[in-house]
Each structure stands twice: as structure tokens, then as C-alpha cells.
Design a protein around this ligand. Structure first.
Ligand code: SAM
Length: 281
């Protein structure tokens, strides 16, 4: 009996040491954490600061699920492509520290105005071109010192899907890149500039979709996943397929797109990917 109790405590101790979230696993049946590789989310969460004003934003449920699964309260989350601040508003309500970077000053100003009256002070957002090693180092280190942290516990990458939606006129904006090889190479350098700030054995996620160019599908998602595996010591922990519904760019136009596709030979993108990696270096 004594031996059994010892073993139970040893197992519990082992698991609590490796835990990277606050989920109460004993209550696992009640947890609304989706551990399946297919996420069908038909309604965007529009509560609080989430306004769906930015073409190319993601739905709040994506960062919400990932942040709750892979971080604990007060852990630091880094979003390398902040956009309209979706992940920041989730960190505010989930009480995670936050650093956000984006090359688009207009959207940084918008996010700052959204946060102006917030009680939440544990965030640091910066205009930063993440393709530049020196700028990225400067801005992330500013954030780390402000938040009194040594590194991030989770990183989100939601880059432009090549040049499908243009964000700024800055020549270093990834949405200016229409060539696949250049895009993949540039994305790898963004990972080099930022993954060094993620703690070892912690997780990062890439949210990305494929594109249609010159009459064929370019599986951009798979190219990026492959490039990460080739360039960084990581374990791929999940390939999640998420449905796309009510995209801001195509709102109310379902009929036209269906008609066009049926009149031709292609399929309409209705999904994107979330790749979850564990950093092992
Ligand atoms: C797909 S959006 C991210 C949307 C965000 N997840 C949201 O919910 O609003 C991609 C973002 O990457 C930014 N971006 C593009 N090139 C960049 C670069 N070189 N450095 C930093 N940000 C960049 C764009 O300005 C855009 O806001």
C-alpha cells in the first residue's frame, strides 16, 4: 500500500514538473480545450475588444485555445505579427504577459488606442520589421526588460499569406513577397530572429493558409512547415486544420465564389492550418 502511494506521488510530481499550463487535468471532462486536429469554429468571438476590422486577422478562439493549452498565468506570450491585437486582448483576459510586433504603424496605433483605458499593464507593443535582426533584437529586448522577463513561454506566428492581402507599402513587409522561395527564406530568417527568445522545451504555433497562383494551388503552409523542420531542432506536435468561415475579405460573397469555382476547375479554400511545434534547442 505504502509503495503504491509513493508511486502515485512520484507520477504526480513528474507530471506537475513538466506541466506548461494551468489546466486542471483532474477535471478534464469539463475543459473546453480542443485537442483534436480538426477545428470547426463557425462563429467568431466578438466579445470585448474583438472587432474584426482588420483584413487578415484571425479569430480570437485560435489564440485563446493555444494560450490556455501552452502557457500558465503570468507567462509571457510573444506575437511576431501582432496585426489588430487579437492575441493581446486574449492575453489581457487570460492574464498573460505580452509582447507584440508589427511593421504597420497604423495598426500599432489602433491597438494602442484600444488598450488606452485598460487596467492591464503587462504588455509591450512595438513597430518592428521582424526581418531585421537588429530591430527585432532591440524591440524584443525592450519588451523583456519592461516586463522583467528573460524569455517568452509561447510564440505565435500569423504571417501574411504571401501577397494575398497587402498590409503596408514597406518593402520589407512580407505581404510584398509574391515569390514562394523568397517568402520561405524570409520567413526562416524571421524565425531565426525570434525563436531565440523562446524558452527551450516550450511551444510555438504558425497559423497559415495556402494560396492560389498562376492557375494552381501553392501549398505555402506545407513549405513553411517543412522549412521549420529543416532549419530548427523542433518536434512537430500538431497539424490542425481549421475551417474558414465569414472571412472579412469574402463576407457576403459566398455565392459568387461558388459560381466562379463551378464554372472552372478549382476548389475554394475553406481551411487553414495551425502548426504547433516544440522548440528543442
Ligand atoms: C495576417 S496579419 C496578422 C493578423 C493578426 N493575427 C490579427 O488577428 O489581427 C500579418 C501581419 O504581419 C505584419 N507584417 C508583415 N511584414 C512584417 C514584417 N516584416 N515585420 C513585422 N510585421 C510584419 C502585417 O503588417 C500584418 O499586420
Amino acid at each position: 500500500m505504502k509503495q503504491q502511494i509513493k508511486i502515485i506521488f512520484a507520477i504526480k510530481g513528474y507530471y506537475s514538473k513538466m506541466m506548461f499550463n494551468d489546466l486542471n487535468i483532474e477535471d478534464w471532462k469539463q475543459l473546453d480545450i480542443d485537442v483534436n486536429s480538426l477545428w470547426i469554429i463557425n462563429e467568431r468571438d466578438k466579445r470585448g475588444k474583438h472587432k474584426n476590422i482588420y483584413h487578415g486577422n484571425f479569430i480570437p478562439q485560435i489564440p485563446n485555445q493555444l494560450i490556455r493549452r501552452f502557457t500558465k498565468e503570468n507567462d509571457l506570450v510573444l506575437d511576431v505579427f501582432l496585426g489588430s491585437g487579437t492575441s493581446l486582448y486574449e492575453c489581457e483576459s487570460l492574464n498573460r504577459k505580452f509582447i507584440g510586433l508589427d511593421i504597420n504603424q497604423n495598426i500599432i496605433d489602433y491597438v494602442s488606442s484600444q488598450m488606452a483605458n485598460s487596467q492591464f499593464g503587462n504588455f509591450s507593443i512595438h513597430n518592428c520589421d521582424v526581418t531585421s535582426e537588429t530591430q527585432t533584437k532591440t524591440e524584443i529586448e525592450k519588451g523583456l526588460s519592461f516586463l522583467e522577463e528573460e524569455n517568452a513561454k509561447f510564440i505565435l506566428f500569423h504571417p501574411p499569406y504571401m501577397d494575398i492581402v497587402k498590409f503596408t507599402d514597406n518593402p520589407n513587409d512580407l505581404s510584398k513577397i509574391g515569390d514562394l522561395n523568397t517568402f520561405v527564406k524570409t520567413f526562416v530568417s524571421v524565425c531565426k530572429n525570434t525563436l531565440q527568445y523562446l524558452a527551450t522545451n516550450r511551444y510555438f504555433a504558425v497559423i497559415i493558409g495556402d494560396v492560389y497562383k498562376n492557375g494552381e494551388v501553392i501549398p505555402l503552409s506545407f513549405y513553411l512547415m517543412d522549412a521549420i523542420k529543416r532549419n530548427f531542432k523542433t518536434k512537430l506536435k500538431g497539424i490542425i486544420v481549421k475551417n474558414i468561415e465569414g472571412n472579412k475579405g469574402k463576407l457576403g460573397q459566398n455565392g459568387i465564389w461558388t459560381y466562379r469555382a463551378m464554372n472552372s476547375d478549382y476548389y475554394i479554400f475553406k481551411h487553414e492550418y495551425i502548426f504547433v511545434f516544440k522548440k528543442e534547442f
